[in-house]
Design a protein around this ligand. Structure first.
Ligand SMILES: [Cu+2]
Length: 465
């Protein structure tokens, strides 16, 4: 982000009316279905008037409308595709019925232009989740096809007004501040860090003000909807404490120190009770802190209790470590990596074949997936332990569909708290050991959530029978 443009943006913002928080909740129709339509819409990404971008949206909104439902309830969504390209909707992080997982080509046929598909599933676990396109994700998500899915606790910990969802997105903008779709799918981006944007928004707005009230507890639900950018967020800089990751709340709040790496697709739940009125920046703290939203703390006479009870954690199946099947998950490839060690559709890739196939990454030496050859097949109820090793020069955010897993060890260090995740970040050289109970029957993806990496090889599937 160049400084001049930022200055220009600031002066433009001084005259723009910035909504405190867009209202983007979704209502149900008579049949109990939420109506969700993929459609184009022209929106500003940078809030400079006249510089609109043609985006692909859900219901013309950015991000997609917030779908809120209570844990254990049925989610019914009538999805209509009004785009010119087939698409599908994935409900990220939900331990969902396989047929509803929304993976075009694996769990369903893509929804063709003009067609309708009914998603109908039980959302068993409370927490912060999101939904996004899962057909050519590398092209569809960074055009805007993503939205929040909030599974509310049966007894919400704070009132609605203090329960704040923040969808963090980065965008690839050109020098005019418009979406630069010409850069999408470039082999250069795919083979390096992925499609990194150069502009950040919160809930689709550049540098929004988000109102909090002094003396009151707020829950902040952060969703990293970026295509590849790992954000560094430091909750201690604005007095917040961490209460959960990827939809799963902890037993008690954790005071963190310094930046937390926040990978694409991950969620971070925080609580904060601001002491006094004022403006507090919300920053990305990679290098020099960069403010991309401001908390406007409003004055208030009364002060709530010093502590707040966290919701009951979800009841997830505990891995049986002694009986676990250990499998390797070796990430290879990419620029400055082991490109010569990849096999794609049974053929060893070399030389010009990388550019022809656009496959640059692999898991266990294999680029992409073969429909007749799962990475592994698990017996329902079996504990699977994955020993991942990132042998590439780049970070990867590995997502497992349909299951949550516990992070057991990072670089040989046993993780005492065994945090639940659905997406884990593996930095260059990292060895991460995770375990989960494969208890959800069906065909499930495991892939990097740097969407360009997934499209260029870092994707496979497993089956639970
Ligand atoms: Cu990756």
């Amino acid at each position: 982000m160049n400084v001049n443009r930022r200055e220009a943006l600031k002066s433009a913002l001084a005259f723009a009316v910035v909504p405190l928080m867009p209202s983007f909740a979704l209502a149900k129709n008579d049949g109990g279905f939420f109506e969700l339509t993929a459609q184009t819409a022209r929106k500003p990404l940078h809030n400079v008037p006249d510089k609109l971008s043609e985006l692909w949206t859900y219901n013309g909104e950015l991000p997609g409308p917030k779908i809120t439902i209570t844990a254990g309830e049925r989610v019914k969504v009538r999805f209509k595709n009004m785009l010119d390209e087939p698409t599908s909707v994935h409900w990220h992080g939900i331990r969902i019925d396989n047929a509803m997982d929304g993976v075009a080509g694996l769990t369903q046929e893509p929804v063709m232009p003009g067609d309708v598909f009914d998603y109908d599933f039980i959302a068993p676990d409370a927490g912060t989740y999101w939904y996004h396109a899962h057909n050519m994700s590398w092209n569809q998500v960074p055009r805007g096809l993503a939205g929040p899915l909030i599974i509310q606790d049966k007894e919400p910990m704070v009132p609605d007004a203090q329960d704040i969802t923040m969808v963090l997105s980065d965008w690839i903008l050109d020098e005019n501040g418009q979406l630069n779709t010409a850069a999408f799918g470039s082999p250069g981006l795919f083979s390096h860090g992925g499609q990194l944007g150069n502009w950040l928004t919160v809930n689709g707005v550049s540098l929004p003000d988000i109102s909090l009230t002094a003396g009151k507890w707020h829950r902040l639900r952060l969703i990293n909807a970026s295509s590849a950018r790992v954000l560094d967020i430091d909750p201690s800089r604005f007095g917040a404490e961490l209460i959960g990751y990827d939809g799963q709340t902890f037993l008690k709040p954790v005071k963190t120190e310094g930046p937390l790496r926040f990978a694409p697709a991950q969620r971070m739940d925080l609580i904060v009770k601001p002491k006094e009125a004022g403006t507090v920046p919300f920053e990305m703290v990679t290098g020099k802190p960069f403010t991309f939203a401001n908390f406007i703390v409003l004055p208030n006479e009364s002060v709530e209790e010093n502590t707040i009870d966290l919701p009951q954690p979800n009841d997830l199946p505990l891995p049986e470590i002694s009986a676990a099947r250990l499998l390797p998950l070796v990430m290879v490839g990419g620029a400055m990596g082991q490109l010569d060690q990849l096999v794609y559709k049974g053929e060893e890739l070399s030389g010009s074949r990388f550019m022809e196939t656009k496959q640059f990454w692999g898991l266990n030496g294999v680029a992409g997936m073969e429909m007749d050859k799962p990475y592994f097949t698990a017996k329902r109820g079996e504990t699977i332990m994955l020993e991942s090793e990132n042998q590439t020069a780049w970070p990867h955010a590995m997502h497992i569909h349909g299951h949550h897993f516990q992070v057991l060890e990072i670089n040989g260090e046993v993780q005492e708290s065994h945090v639940w995740r659905d997406t884990f970040l593996a930095e260059r050289g990292d060895k991460v050991r995770i375990a989960f109970v494969a208890d959800n029957p069906g065909k499930w993806l495991i892939h990097c959530h740097m969407l360009g990496h997934a499209a260029s090889g870092m994707m496979n599937w497993f089956e639970v029978v």
